[in-house]
Design a protein around this ligand. Sequence first.
Ligand SMILES: Nc1nc2c(c(=O)[nH]1)N[C@H]1C(S)=C(S)[C@@H](COP(=O)(O)O)O[C@H]1N2
Ligand SMILES: [Mo]
Length: 197
Amino acid sequence: MLGKFFRPPAPEQRDRVPPGQHLASGFPVLTYGATPDISSDVWELKIWGLAEPLTLTYADLLSLPQTEFTADFHCVTTWSKLDVQWTGVKVTDLMRQVKLNPSATHVMQHSYGGYTTNLELADFLREENFLAHTLAGEPLPAPHGGPVRLVVPHLYAWKSAKWINGLEFLDHEELGFWERNGYHRRGEPWAEERYSD
Ligand SMILES: Nc1nc2c(c(=O)[nH]1)N[C@H]1C(S)=C(S)[C@@H](COP(=O)(O)O)O[C@H]1N2
Ligand SMILES: [Mo]
């Protein structure tokens, strides 16, 4: 398993690598299907379902408070990358703009290209989640989800939609693309929630 693409964690990193994961060298790209080509002038994020409908442009996103984040990244295919540096808008700051219906309990992320992934509202509203537009000080490259992706550090990375363009609030759980295709409904890496039963 260890070889060109993986390296063993240093002792101080060991307790940050979840069971069954290996550190990747570099930052691999993992995409199902084609990479959408969306410029920041046309990018938009639509909010609908159990919330007052709202559309944010890239300029709207930049007008919200900007935060730098360092977060670990865990792909269910067993690679992890520690200390990824991002800049973007905290989900909690975004949600101050959104009038959520109190009956909302879940959210579906929608992406350009048709990818979807689901979250419970409590997993979505965490302080450490954010919409990222910058990776290591550079505009987020398209293969990593640019112009804008969600990042949900406490769950496997398939829960972090690249090229995000929609948040649909729901009062029940619906399953996204990978969740309908055998992956776990929640995907917590420390509990190795990889596959559905
Ligand atoms: N829209 C979209 N988002 C996606 C994916 C995808 O195929 N399409 N792949 C997911 C998976 S499985 C992982 S591991 C991460 C990979 O992000 P990266 O390519 O920036 O490493 O994005 C997630 N978000
Ligand atoms: Mo993944």
